[in-house]
Ligand binder design. Structure first.
Ligand code: TYM
Length: 335
């Protein structure tokens, strides 16, 4: 049996080059080596309010972006999380075996719940729900399919550690049930930083005009955003003293081009920042233009996209239902 791969993205905000270089590009690279399931994790998205019509549209957009990036639906299952009820069911059972202290250690939980504190007590429940259901839901997504490899960006590595801990705890309480998954990070591009502030991870929810390059940004917008990227006070590229902004631009170039370190050094050492930015912008545009063309072709046929998502859910449901059945029997629940 081929090792199974599972990964997913939230259908919120605009997918950007961080999502592409950190995850999607890796998915495409390994898709024929493993049995792959790529999910649109809409149940995660609704941990914060989503306009229903917009969420529906974003689910389709995200699926179309997977396809535009080159995911082959004949070989891989592309599916929407809420189409397979077993995700929510397993999340509950795993919630019951997960100590709250494990959740409170999660960086994303700390950041998000700290932000919530200022909102007042109408949302008092929210951090609790986040803690209880967000990383555990992610663990459920992965463990449901007995995935051996999970290709993600660096920000998800801690959630993968939690997933491993939850799997091991369940296995030791109830007997061997889950495959304990490995994390797969790309060598370059695992953590793309904001172009306006290279100390912050590039994020879908950041609001700054020059923060991110979205996968569907027009070429001129891409060029403008990159030309305005924050650098440092050096006059030109020096690999030994470059600040985070310059290192970020270099790694974006390297992740798109696939060039080895020594070629990168020869190409860029001593280059003025304006010229570096032009080269990075042209590299990004050269990759995203054909990508956007494929996206337009895919979205021109919504029936085909809907059929791919239906087929994906049908293919994975038996695996998910079988895992939930085993978990219920192991826990002594009614089956
Ligand atoms: P999400 O939707 O925030 O991000 C989707 C993927 O993009 C990666 N990523 C980045 N990589 C590099 N640089 C960045 N600046 C950057 N920003 C995001 C993320 O690491 C991720 O791989 N909880 C997850 C979704 C999820 C999931 C799962 C992933 C739910 N269940 C099961 C894997 C397996 C999330 O919110 O990702």
């Amino acid at each position: 049996m081929r090792t199974r791969v599972f990964s997913g993205m939230q259908p919120t905000g605009n997918l950007h080059i961080g999502n592409y270089l950190g995850a999607l590009k890796n998915w495409v690279r390994i898709q024929h080596d493993y049995e792959c399931i790529f999910c649109i994790v809409d149940l995660h998205a609704v941990t914060v309010y989503q306009n229903p019509a917009e969420l529906r549209a974003k689910i389709n957009e995200t699926a179309a972006l997977y396809l535009a990036a080159g995911i082959d639906p004949k070989d891989c299952a592309i599916m929407v999380q809420s189409a397979v009820p077993a995700h929510a069911e397993l999340a509950w059972m795993l919630t019951c075996v997960t100590p709250i202290g494990w959740l409170e250690r999660m960086t994303q939980y700390k950041v998000k719940s700290a932000k919530q504190e200022s909102v007042g007590d109408g949302l008092l429940q929210y951090p609790v729900l986040m803690a209880a259901e967000y990383p555990v839901l992610m663990a459920a997504d992965i463990l449901l399919y007995q995935a051996g490899i999970v290709p993600v960006g660096e920000d998800q590595a801690q959630h993968l550690e939690l997933t491993r801990d939850v799997a091991q705890r369940f296995n030791s309480l109830y007997g061997d049930t889950f495959v304990v998954p490995d994390t797969s990070l790309p060598t370059v591009g695992a953590r793309v930083m904001g172009l306006d502030d290279p100390t912050q991870k590039m994020s879908k929810s950041a609001t700054g005009m020059n923060h991110a390059v979205a996968l569907l940004d027009a070429p001129d917008k891409i060029r403008k955003t990159i030309m305005r990227a924050t650098t440092d006070s050096n006059p030109e590229v020096d690999f030994d003293t470059a600040g985070p902004g310059v290192l970020n631009l270099l790694s974006i170039y390297q992740a798109f081009s696939g060039e080895p370190d020594d070629t990168m050094k020869t190409r860029f050492t001593g280059m003025r920042y304006g010229d570096l930015k032009k080269q990075v912008a042209e590299m990004v545009v050269a990759h995203l233009e054909p990508f956007q063309q494929r996206y337009r072709e895919i979205t021109a046929d919504p029936a085909c996209l809907a059929a791919i998502l239906r087929d994906g859910a049908e293919r994975v449901s038996p695996i998910a239902n079988s895992t939930v059945g085993t978990v219920k029997r192991r826990m002594g629940l009614y089956t």
